[in-house]
Unconditional design. Structure first.
Lengths: 253, 172
């Protein structure tokens, strides 16, 4: 596509324009949040000892709120990057990717007592870096929601579908209400209150931005694939996705 | 003429300041337009174990003038080169990529290490910086403590661990 074609396409593409604006906004809002957190930290450092307990608590809330704001922006940026990233398709070792994603979660101390079992998986055709994100998000999500189970376990496996292999991530955790399945993959949508995860002793906060599943869905759909979720309250959850075979007419927009 | 802020120094006469600017050996040139980010960076650098001498400029044009000894910095000695330049990307007047490009194209300054220090994680920005020969690309940590630690690590690495290029007389 020539430069002028690209420009014309951008002008006619309101979605791209909104995304570009959102990206700029996300970037520009980072500084005020950093400043809020930074000066609150500074205040704590310089005058914290002289503050009342209420005052110190207010400062802690300011820092926490600034942190949440920043995480929302980070989530938004990550989502937008995946929406517009260039795809570089090739053969992808899905088993290796899933294992790497699981290992990294463990290494970062984000799995707690949860065990992640990865069964052998067939390869796929697609963008390895982006597909890695699908594993990252589905596994992180599964671990997060299985934290209250007695023996939390996440199983990564395979199902045979009519069009080809279906990759499955299953957990034995809280599950979700199927009436809200449409919201599950929405950006910033959350089906559980953060207080439901309070005190579970994992070193990372549950107050995530709520874009992980939106990112997973975006990547799968950009590959021309589909992703689905099934569950019942306290019945665990199962996320399944499939990808078109190499050259099987995937649009890769 | 504005009095320049040089970290770690307090009351000086104008003449003393100009003498310092002329000869002052500076470890870090911080190019940052956001006043809050600059304050945090300067505080963090001051706390760093290596106690770097820091010069701060708020836009790309002044950064170039400083390093080339031009404009308001024409009295500066070209020998007084910083060990590292910490360069933000979104800058007024001359933006970060342009500053980087000019520094790396000019024989007088191309060997000064430039660390891009920015909020942007965009692949196109990362690629553009490395294509223009940035020595390093660091995304500003969003968390304040992580930011302070990172600045300390950067200072320690570029001033103590890394071997700075040998100062050369001006050559075109």
């Amino acid at each position: 596509m020539s430069g002028s074609d690209r420009a014309a396409r951008a002008a006619a593409d309101p979605v791209a324009e909104v995304e570009a604006l959102a990206r700029t906004l996300g970037h520009d809002l980072r500084a005020p949040f950093r400043a809020t957190e930074g000066y609150a930290s500074l205040l704590e450092e310089t005058d914290g000892a002289g503050l009342s307990p209420e005052g110190r608590r207010a400062l802690a809330e300011i820092r926490a709120a600034a942190g949440r704001g920043t995480r929302l922006l980070e989530g938004l940026s990550a989502y937008l990057r995946v929406r517009r990233a260039e795809l570089h398709p090739g053969p992808v070792d899905m088993y290796a990717l899933a294992c790497e994603a699981a290992d990294e979660l463990e290494r970062l101390g984000r799995t707690g007592a949860t065990r992640i079992d990865v069964a052998p998986l067939p390869g796929a055709w697609g963008d390895g870096a982006l597909l890695r994100r699908v594993w990252d998000e589905l596994l992180a999500n599964a671990v997060k929601f299985s934290v209250r189970a007695e023996r939390p376990i996440v199983r990564v496996g395979l199902k045979k579908g009519p069009r080809g292999p279906i990759y499955v991530v299953e957990d034995n955790g809280t599950g979700f209400d199927m009436r809200f399945v449409e919201k599950l993959f929405g950006v910033f949508q959350r089906l559980h209150h953060p207080s439901e995860f309070a005190g579970c002793g994992l070193p990372w906060e549950f107050d995530g931005a709520g874009v992980g599943l939106a990112i997973a869905r975006t990547v799968v759909e950009r590959h021309g694939g589909r992703i689905e979720a099934e569950s019942g309250p306290d019945a665990g959850a199962r996320f399944s996705f499939e990808l078109p075979a190499a050259g099987a007419g995937a649009a890769l927009p | 003429m504005e009095i320049l802020l040089v970290s770690g120094h307090t009351q000086r006469t104008f003449e003393e300041l100009m003498a310092m600017v002329r000869e002052e050996e500076v470890d870090v040139l911080l190019v940052e337009d956001n006043a809050n980010d600059a304050e945090f960076a300067l505080r963090a650098l001051r706390k760093a174990s290596v106690s770097p001498r820091v010069m701060h400029v708020e836009d790309g044009a002044r950064a170039l003038d400083y390093l080339f000894g031009e404009g308001e910095f024409s009295a500066r000695s070209p020998q007084a080169r910083p060990s590292v330049v910490l360069l933000d990307l979104k800058l007024p007047k001359v933006d970060g990529i342009e500053v980087l490009r000019r520094l790396k194209e000019d024989a007088r300054t191309r060997d000064i290490p430039v660390v891009v220090l920015t909020s942007s994680k965009e692949p196109r920005d990362i690629e553009a910086c490395y294509l223009n020969r940035a020595n390093s690309y660091v995304v500003k940590p969003v968390n304040f403590e992580a930011f302070t630690r990172a600045m300390g690590d950067l200072a320690r690495y570029w001033i103590e661990i890394n071997q700075a290029p040998v100062a050369r007389p001006a050559a075109r």
